[in-house]
Write a protein that binds this ligand. Structure first.
Ligand SMILES: Cc1cc2nc3c(=O)[nH]c(=O)nc-3n(C[C@H](O)[C@H](O)[C@H](O)COP(=O)(O)OP(=O)(O)OC[C@H]3O[C@@H](n4cnc5c(N)ncnc54)[C@H](O)[C@@H]3O)c2cc1C
Length: 447
């Protein structure tokens, strides 16, 4: 049988393993952490708290396969934009409905412009440059900064040329209520029994040629006929796995230009509820906070706020929280560290009704993706103004058959679902289909 090593047990790796095993390849799936799922993981607290994805970016099942995979397992929640409270930089709420929707208006126009003119747009232009061609009012430009938390990059650094890569599948964007890791349960339950799963095992190197591949872990080496590298793009960018022969220069150049979003989440449980809205958005200029901040009321009982933050704020806060224990970090923040979180967010909480003497903090759950090498030091790929050419994305999708090496991840699926769970799923399918085609002339079961 043809032996394939799949390295990385996130959505992309599990999907590639499943598709290959169901076509009679003999698959070994290596995962460095103690459990499968990668960034799609849920922390069990009083209620389940998703540490990675929470959203379905486009609920049309014809385009987004994730919808059918989990719709029977979770409820979807459609946030009512009427219940959204937007703040200006001075902490005043913005009630003008036009201003509330202006970020989406600018984004839609900019994405359309990017699709149409990508070939001629200067790569140094940003989303904010585009916004400034439409508006001069500072309040509006501040509203535009709230987009930063979507790609995990400041809108001044977000490429206009490649903004179309931030487009989503058709349909509504919905919040998954329950737990996104149910998707991992569904995917792992569908893995054929023949798949050998090896957890707690970090693969250190891949050495391959046109006929075989050798992978090394824990001072052991094992031969395979093919390898699927399902590590995050950030891991490849940071050379966290040794690949020999070295990847082509245009691909390593692409790695140096691509961005890795530093989006982080906090779940703060309070002794009592003090908020009125479901969703609050703060521009990056609010209280010198360095990044846009989104606050979502995910539960009234127990009272829990979910905070999204990114950019330089994420870098500073993560630095202040100190190093993490890998591979499996504990997201439950020690009480001694709660003041660090409050240092950056008390003004946001106060703006929505928080009174320190009345609303005690009971727990803080904090993601640490930016510090986690196994996550590729960040959340997911984004497209900064430093990016000159996305041609290598297509080459990564094709893989390197001459090196018996294929790639799977949220960057090898479809251009419309980049950097999402859907993209990772499609990326896993893409790698499996290409390996199948490569080995097709060989009778797989009898080889
Ligand atoms: C905070 C946050 C919010 C997000 N929100 C959304 C959202 O709302 N909607 C959405 O669709 N997407 C969202 N995403 C993105 C989504 O989670 C990812 O795009 C997707 O999970 C990536 O899957 P993957 O399989 O490509 O990579 P990963 O999930 O990163 O899996 C890679 C796996 O490889 C393992 N690994 C790494 N190095 C090694 C090694 N050397 N040897 C063996 N194993 C190794 C890792 O431990 C990991 O399990 C979010 C991500 C984050 C972090």
């Amino acid at each position: 049988m043809i032996r394939v090593a799949v390295i990385g047990g996130g959505v992309a790796g599990i999907t590639a393993a499943k598709e290959l095993a169901s076509k009679k390849f003999q698959v070994t799936l290596f995962e460095a952490k103690s459990t499968l799922g990668g960034k799609t993981c849920t922390f069990q607290s009083a209620i389940p708290l998703d540490l990675g994805p929470n959203w379905i970016h486009g609920d049309d099942p014809k385009h987004n396969p994730i919808v059918n995979l989990i719709s029977s397992e979770v409820q979807f929640h459609d946030f009512n934009s009427d219940k959204e409270t937007l703040f200006d930089r001075n902490g005043e709420t913005i009630d003008d409905p036009h201003l509330k929707g202006v970020m989406w208006e600018v984004l839609d126009a900019a994405i359309k412009y990017s699709y149409k003119n990508t070939a001629t747009i200067d790569s140094s232009l940003s989303l904010m440059d585009f916004a400034k061609t439409k508006y001069t009012d500072q309040v509006i430009l501040d509203c535009v900064t709230t987009f930063g938390n979507y790609p995990g990059i400041d809108v001044h650094d977000q490429s206009l040329k490649y903004l179309f890569l931030e487009d989503c599948c058709p349909g509504k964007t919905l919040f998954v209520k329950g737990a996104y890791n149910k998707l991992i349960n569904v995917l792992t339950a569908s893995l054929p029994q023949s798949v050998k799963i090896i957890t707690n095992t970090k693969v250190e190197s891949i050495t391959s040629n046109e006929t075989s591949a050798l992978i090394s872990f824990n001072n052991v080496s094992e031969h395979f006929d093919a390898v699927v590298c399902a590590l995050p793009l950030g891991s490849l960018k940071s050379n966290l796995i040794h690949i020999s022969p070295a990847l082509p220069k245009h691909i390593t150049q692409f790695f140096s230009q691509i961005g890795i979003g530093n989006l982080e989440k906090l779940y703060i449980t309070f002794s009592s509820k003090f908020w009125q809205s479901e969703l609050y958005q703060f521009p990056d200029s609010f209280a010198s906070s360095l990044s846009a901040v989104d606050v979502i009321a995910i539960s009234d009982d127990p009272p829990i706020l979910l905070v999204y933050y990114s950019g330089n704020l994420a870098k500073k806060l993560q630095h202040d929280l100190g190093p993490i224990r890998t591979p499996d970090w504990d997201p439950n923040l020690a009480e001694n560290d709660w003041h660090i979180v409050l240092r950056y967010f008390h003004k946001h909480f106060e703006a929505i009704g928080y009174l320190p003497n009345s609303h005690k903090i009971e727990s803080i759950v904090a993601t640490r993706w930016l510090c986690d090498p196994l996550a590729g030091y960040g959340a997911y790929p984004n497209f900064p103004t430093t990016l000159k050419d996305i041609g290598p994305l297509e080459d990564l999708k094709k893989g390197l058959p001459g090196q018996r090496l294929w790639f799977a991840g949220d960057y090898t699926g479809s251009l419309i679902a980049m950097s999402t769970v859907t993209g990772a799923y499609l990326g896993g399918q893409n790698a499996a289909a290409r390996i199948r085609d490569y080995f097709l002339p060989i009778d797989i079961a009898n080889s």
